[in-house]
Design a protein around this ligand. Structure first.
Ligand code: BG6
Length: 255
């Protein structure tokens, strides 16, 4: 295994904590865009960060994405069972099965010796249908459970990358571009100031719920995500961030 070094790591973490107003920041050496091993280091550091917040009995809500998938993969297996329930933070957001929040919730629960629940809300429903669905007792019960989670761990994406990955239609992509969208998290798209410019139609965790959650952990790395992380930190309160040197340097260059 190659040991990557990062001189002045503590200072870098401290500077980021100040610039982004996030109390706990972990920066791993390297850039995950350049090197897959760095993504695994992020996953490992994020797994440790998450473990530090878990005090059973508790509920953890997770989003989808490749970063969260790596976190689940890198989480060490707990031998005994513990009262930890893992839930997807939101309904369908147009991801591949391996990257779905439902999939990641089940994998993480397995590692943690906990339980999980799935949330089956198809993506690309009309607003009216989503509103009707969210009044269904089973959906309502799940959404409430999610909103009362103790810990939320989530990925942050570059707005355009996420819009294309989710195959949003041309009109929506044009709206995102003209409104200066740079970041995406939980299905919300934000501009550089952290203002919401577009919201995907789904059920579950809402942005305003995050203020009530004890620990909101963000995990995102790579130089190209620097602007997105910065925008997300302005959009809602993040308590802990796990990132890499690539993103950290990009954020500080524009600070
Ligand atoms: C999605 C999350 O599944 O993954 C988003 O819902 C996040 O909140 C995105 O922005 C990040 O994906 P990745 O693959 O870059 O970790």
């Amino acid at each position: 295994k190659v040991i990557r070094k990062l001189d002045g790591r503590r200072e870098l973490e401290q500077q980021l904590a100040t610039v982004l107003a996030i109390s706990r920041v972990t920066v791993v050496p390297g850039d995950c865009e350049q090197d897959d091993a760095v993504m695994r280091d992020i996953g490992h550091a994020a797994a440790q960060m998450l473990q530090g917040y878990i005090v059973p009995p508790c509920t953890v809500a997770v989003t989808g994405g490749s970063t969260m998938a790596t976190l689940a993969e890198m989480m060490p297996r707990v031998i005994s069972t513990q009262q930890v329930e893992v839930l997807p933070a939101r309904g369908g957001l147009g991801e591949r099965v391996e990257l779905l929040a439902n999939t990641i919730a089940s994998q993480l629960a397995d590692k943690l010796g906990g339980t999980y629940r799935m949330f089956h809300v198809p993506e690309s429903l009309s607003k009216a249908t989503v509103e009707r669905l969210s009044k269904e007792p089973v959906i309502q019960e799940m959404a409430e459970r999610i909103r009362r989670a103790d810990i939320v761990v989530h990925g942050i994406g570059d707005a355009l990358t996420m819009a294309l990955r989710r195959q949003l239609d041309d009109d929506t992509v044009a709206i995102l571009q003209s409104s200066g969208a740079v970041a995406e998290a939980f299905g919300y798209y934000f501009d550089a100031q952290g203002a919401i410019v577009y919201t995907m139609n789904t059920v579950g965790m809402r942005l305003e719920d995050l203020a009530e959650i004890d620990a909101v952990i963000a995990v995102a790395g790579g130089r190209a995500k620097g602007a997105a992380i910065r925008a997300a930190s302005r959009a809602y309160q993040i308590d802990a961030l796990v990132t890499d040197e690539g993103a950290a340097r990009a954020i500080l260059e524009f600070a």
